[in-house]
Write a protein that binds this ligand. Structure first.
Ligand code: ADP
Ligand code: MG
Length: 520
């Protein structure tokens, strides 16, 4: 593609006072943002900061409530994605908008504003994918493609319009480190041609690696604009969160105890056409150990969690052992009675009933044996409200749950505070085996660090902990050993101290058995 030459010396994009109200809530609140030609600009912020809302206004999906968008020196009304594309703005979405049953070329054709034949699109797409290092087969069906390949379709689709600005909304949250590196090379190529990139992320490390400037959002407002390379991860985090973020403290290895959780050659069929089968999966976790399981979303993490918790029991009772007892075909209650605790992946408050107060949420999550402490009166089963309330209070204090009132409805807490409560509720039982799935997904940095510290402390006190996570920073913060799951298969686990991002990336891509020598 030809290089892009600026039509004026004005910034490519200049946004003034851009505001988006949902009812009376300002998702974006008076945002100023400037992007120059040939610049890779980061838009940084915690979950819920307003990043996606901002770029939806730039791409004509949402109409601003007030403020203006300047493009190459003049104010524009961007009324639709087609209008955005005509100006030269392309967008790669956070959640892909592709039809599985169609081919790559057909999917691209659907998104184009002009009428071009499928053959012509296939030829152009092949050229672009070659030029930008984005290998794609135009005739392949989307259903057969990996997440990384699907993202390439979206990028090629945006590039076909010869954009001056390409917006990517959290593009690496679904990629392995190797796939992310390849994406970065494409972005550098776009920049070298004079195109600009608006890159949304909450990953400080990659922002520092690839971006020239960064604008930081918090609660819908700009809290800083900087050159990310002259900042530290701590200073960037402070702009994102508004306060210092404690780093997780760990003792030197205190030594590991007995095996508390053992999975041996677990095979589990997929329950639905979209689920992943678990294949010949084995692991052990000792007292004092945090085993972190890395993986790109959708590789069997949810299925592994269900198999460990008993949500989806196996046929082979011996396949899962908790503290030496075979529990593979038993349900969640039997496993909890042996002292195990489970925190499922938190998505939209699944772990709590929004309308009930925290204390009742606590009671709901307790199994029969735990409940006895909270109940009195035999048949009458009176709830000891005072005991339940004081346990609720203890959990909130231990996890620094910020709330209004003593016992508010779960739904009134922010996402991060509710997640601290849900994790704290399980920790309060002092489980000897704890399995958590994506413990800090979508949680602000302060709450995330609190949760990670609590997991490390639990292991330090002698429990065996499994953390299933997509977040490599989190994994390095908490793990004593690391394995990766890929297409339902688990790699051997390696001591965390011997692991690098690159090694984990290879395991996440399914290349097991690299160096079985130092595996345990
Ligand atoms: P980010 O992309 O930074 O995670 P978003 O822009 O998606 O954040 O959301 C910012 C805030 O606006 C969040 O609190 C979100 O719940 C809210 N929000 C986003 N879209 C809508 C909508 N259509 N209606 C009401 N609230 C919304
Ligand atoms: Mg978003």
């Amino acid at each position: 593609m030809p290089n892009v030459t600026p039509e004026s010396d004005k910034p490519l994009l200049s946004v003034r006072g851009l505001t988006k109200l949902f009812g009376s809530f300002a998702a974006c609140d008076g945002i100023d943002l400037e992007i120059g030609h040939g610049e890779i600009h980061a838009l940084l912020g915690e979950n819920g900061a307003g990043k996606s809302t901002l770029v939806k206004m730039l791409f004509g999906i949402l109409a601003p409530s007030s403020g203006e968008i300047g493009w190459e020196g003049s104010v524009r009304d961007i009324v639709s994605p087609a209008a955005a594309r005509r100006l030269g703005i392309g967008m790669v979405f956070q959640h892909f908008s592709l039809f599985e049953a169609l081919t790559v070329a057909e999917n691209i054709a659907l998104a184009l504003d002009e009428d071009i034949s499928i053959d012509e699109i296939a030829t152009k797409a092949a050229e672009l994918s070659k030029a930008y290092g984005l290998p794609l087969d135009p005739a392949a069906h989307v259903a057969d493609l990996s997440v990384g390949e699907r993202q390439r379709i979206e990028i090629v689709r945006a590039l076909l319009q010869n954009p001056k600005l390409i917006i990517l909304d959290e593009p690496t949250s679904v990629l392995t480190p190797q796939e992310a590196d390849r994406l970065f090379e494409t972005l550098f190529k776009l920049k070298a041609e004079g195109r600009s990139v608006l890159y949304i992320s909450h990953r400080l490390e990659e922002v520092q690696r690839i971006c020239d400037r960064a604008t930081v959002l918090r609660h819908g407002k700009v809290t800083g604009a900087c050159d990310p390379r002259s900042e530290t991860p701590a200073s960037l985090a402070r702009m994102m969160v508004g306060s210092d973020v404690a780093s997780v403290m760990r003792d030197d290895d205190t030594g590991l105890g007995d095996i508390q959780l053992r999975v041996s050659k677990l095979d589990l069929k997929a329950r639905t056409p979209f689920a992943i089968a678990l294949k010949d999966l084995s692991l052990t976790v000792r007292a004092g150990e945090v085993l972190a399981i890395a993986g790109v979303a959708g590789n069997g993490q949810g299925e592994l969690f269900d198999a460990l918790s008993g949500e989806y029991p196996a046929d082979d009772n011996e396949a899962v052992q908790i503290r030496g007892k075979a529990v593979g075909s038993l349900g969640i209650n039997a496993r909890r009675l042996l002292g195990a605790g489970f925190v499922p992946e938190e998505r939209n408050g699944h772990g709590a009933v929004a309308t009930l107060p925290l204390s009742e949420n606590l009671l709901l999550a307790r199994n029969q044996s735990d409940k006895r402490a909270f109940l009195a009166g035999g048949w009458l089963k009176l709830i000891r409200h005072d005991t339940v309330r004081s346990a609720t209070q203890r959990i909130c204090e231990a996890m620094d749950v910020r709330k209004s009132g003593l016992d508010p409805a779960a739904g009134s807490l922010s996402g991060g505070n509710l997640q601290k409560f849900i994790v704290g509720r399980e920790l309060d039982r002092q489980p000897t085996v704890l399995v958590v799935n994506q413990p800090t997904w979508g949680v602000d940095a302060g709450a995330a660090s609190r949760i990670r510290q609590a997991l490390v402390n639990l292991a330090r006190a002698g429990s065996a902990v499994v953390v299933i996570s997509q977040d490599l920073d989190e994994i390095f913060e908490v793990a004593t050993s690391i394995a990766a799951i890929s297409e339902g298969r688990l790699s051997p686990s390696y001591p965390a101290a011997t692991m690098t991002r690159e090694k984990i990336g290879l395991l996440m891509g399914g290349m097991h058995g690299l160096e079985t020598a130092d595996a345990h």
